[in-house]
Design a protein around this ligand. Structure first.
Ligand code: RM4
Ligand code: MN
Ligand code: MN
Length: 396
């Protein structure tokens, strides 16, 4: 094989096992904490979210599952599971991770599973147990809570007691898991709490996962790190400890900005994919790749297609790293050569090869062009504009 055709073959092999989950909330009207700018094409029902997800999957071929947020997508809890099953069949999209909502209810003003009030802790735990049951009914593997708890002022809460309460709650949720299910614990350094956040970093999430049990793992949201943190090192550690559950991909300039994956720092995503690929060269990828983005300014379906296409391209680049060569250069401490070996894969313009892979799999070579040609956005704009114009946008 020539160099180019062996590269194309490596890319095809990598992309054939690539999948990324899209979030239902990525299609809905969202905003900043100062307000929402409504989009006429935004999805406001779970059916519209499924329809948008099906369109993204038809164009990209790698997004077979839709992450669901329990409170937004199943407002009646378990009772809504049959309706979701019908939408799965209708749109050819499976329910993905089930995300409990531990931050919106008025009861959670002073915390959910860390609330000093045992009744509130119970309510939050029962909600997560319901999510386990929802996931069982939908055949979903992952329950992915993000705990927004914390405090704003020193001395106002017992950090230690709150650790115990989390251990207790996650222990109960873990005990309810089916044999194939997983509990993914997400961390975030700040917001909405600003003095202390109960699960502020990967160490806290890891210890909580360990204490919950063998089916608990850490979820790495790329936007949930301080600027200087080395995310791929965290990934390497979690892989080493066999506690990496999955990712919420997005990009950020300052904090939890939820910008399009790779829009600010594509090299970061490449470096993460590289760590995954070294550890799973021949094994199936059991780490869940998920997107956690809110496109407040870009068109939602367009931004999701752009995100997925970018993820494919960065994964393809990471698959081009010559791992054997890199290993030799690392051992010899040939720093410049090792760095060039690594970076040359990143600099490679893989887009023609990714396009070829898409064509060979019966997909549009350029999914964004495919979307433009499909007329889908115009169609949903016409159908949804009136409903969207009635939504509430105010911050205060
Ligand atoms: C958080 C976190 C969670 C998401 C919420 C809405 O920052 O990323 O994954 O569910 O936002
Ligand atoms: Mn997240
Ligand atoms: Mn976030």
């Amino acid at each position: 094989m020539t160099g180019e055709s062996s590269k194309a073959a490596r890319i095809a092999k990598a992309l054939d096992r690539f999948a990324i989950e899209i979030p239902s909330w990525g299609f809905a009207n969202t905003g900043t904490r100062f307000g929402k700018f409504l989009q006429p094409a935004a999805a406001s029902t779970i059916e519209e979210k499924f329809a948008d997800a099906a369109e993204v999957h038809a164009l990209t071929g790698v997004t077979p599952t839709l992450a669901l947020h329990a409170q937004w997508d199943l407002p009646n809890g378990i009772a809504d599971a049959p309706a979701i099953r019908r939408l799965e069949a209708q749109y050819g999209i499976r329910a993905g991770s089930i995300n409990p909502n531990l931050f919106q209810d008025q009861a959670y003003k002073y915390g959910s599973i860390c609330n000093p009030d045992p009744e509130v802790r119970e309510k939050a735990t029962v909600h997560m147990l319901d999510c386990v049951e929802i996931a069982k009914r939908l055949g979903s593997r992952d329950i992915a809570p993000w705990v927004s708890d914390g405090s704003n002022y020193p001395g106002t809460q017992s950090i230690r007691k709150r650790i115990l309460w989390m251990e207790e709650s996650f222990g109960r949720v873990h005990a309810a898991l089916g044999p194939e299910q997983r509990l993914l614990i997400e961390y975030k350094p700040f917001e909405p709490a600003f003095y202390h956040t109960d699960i502020a970093d990967w160490g806290m999430a890891l210890e909580l996962a360990r204490s919950a049990g063998r089916q608990a793992f850490v979820l790495v949201d790329t936007g949930h790190h301080y600027q200087a943190q080395n995310i791929e090192q965290i990934v390497a550690w979690l892989l080493h400890l066999k506690r990496l559950g999955g990712f919420h991909f997005n990009d950020r300039k300052y904090a939890d900005d939820d910008l399009t994956l790779g829009s600010i720092d594509p090299y970061q995503v490449f470096r993460i994919f590289h760590e995954i690929l070294i550890s799973s060269a021949s094994k199936p990828l059991d780490v869940a790749f998920m997107i956690d983005q809110s496109h407040n300014l870009k068109g939602k379906v367009e931004a999701m297609v752009q995100t997925v296409a970018t993820a494919e391209e960065l994964f393809a680049k990471a698959a081009l790293v010559d791992l054997e060569e890199l290993e030799i250069l690392q051992r010899q401490c040939k720093l410049v050569e090792a760095e060039e070996c690594f970076r040359s894969a990143f600099w490679e313009d893989v887009r023609p090869m990714v396009r070829e892979w898409r064509r060979s799999r019966g997909l549009p070579a350029d999914p964004l062009l495919g979307l433009a040609e499909s007329g889908y956005v115009e169609k949903i704009t016409a159908e949804r504009a009136e409903q969207n114009s009635k939504a509430i946008t105010s911050y205060a």
